[in-house]
Design a protein around this ligand. Sequence first.
Ligand code: GUN
Length: 291
Amino acid sequence: MTTVIDGNGIADGIRADVSDCVETLADEGVVPGLATVLMSDDGASETYVSMKQQACEEVGIRGFHHEIDPDAPAETLFEKLDELNDDPDVHGILVQMPVPDHVTKRTVLERIDPEKDVDGFHPENVGRLVAGNARYKPCTPHGVQKILAAAGVDTEGKDAVVVGRSDIVGKPMANLLVQYGEGGNATTTVCHSRTEDLAAKTRAADIVVAAAGVPEMIDGEMLSEGVTVVDVGINRVDADTEKGYELVGDVDFESAREKAEVITPVPGGVGPLTIAMLMYNTVKAASLQSG
Ligand code: GUN
């Protein structure tokens, strides 16, 4: 029997724990605050940011949303970040990626106060993660760890293959899987667009985390019986629907579920966890900054 993960159910549990922490902080006179900054006209980015703000409202986090004209100079964004870094009501800052081409991503990430960097993308926080002393675990990989734990998938000693090497998912995911401790201790391989014979790697895996951003690139033929498949992909593909598109993952769900013991769907798998872990990091930020 294949277990199809209910990401919304797992996220509900985490959000309930986060709400409890918000109440505890309220007793100390602290209301966690998250600022989101959007410098893009991309419809998907707009949707993600509004989902993040909605989640804030649901758990009692104060949300601050700022939009910067995508044609504005980078300096406009930096000035906003300086303002947010100095605002004591703002404990977490998130700049929705991607930013326009004329804005260098690295300079944006470095401009955010590392203590407010709830994405965990600032080089100081990346360094701490790699050193095994994370301040904020990046939300999506952390959410994947929560899914594996909830499904009773022990990573210790397993062969894990991460497909994709992005700074947001692939690299931090591999780091978490390889680390000492719970949710880690896996023998971890990172595959990417230049990998030769990807199927040989994924077939040898006990756990496959698909995070390449290529619609349905991994199918059942590329997997072994009993594998755990975590699909991080959220790809909009043209379809004859009201919106003109549908969401598909990086995994061909129907053929993969034939092989998998545990599999996440898209939507309703990893996505809800990403947002729940952002709420978790924001409460942690408020707690660190008020303690
Ligand atoms: N764009 C896609 N995923 C993310 C994320 O986790 N954080 C930010 N800031 N931007 C993203």
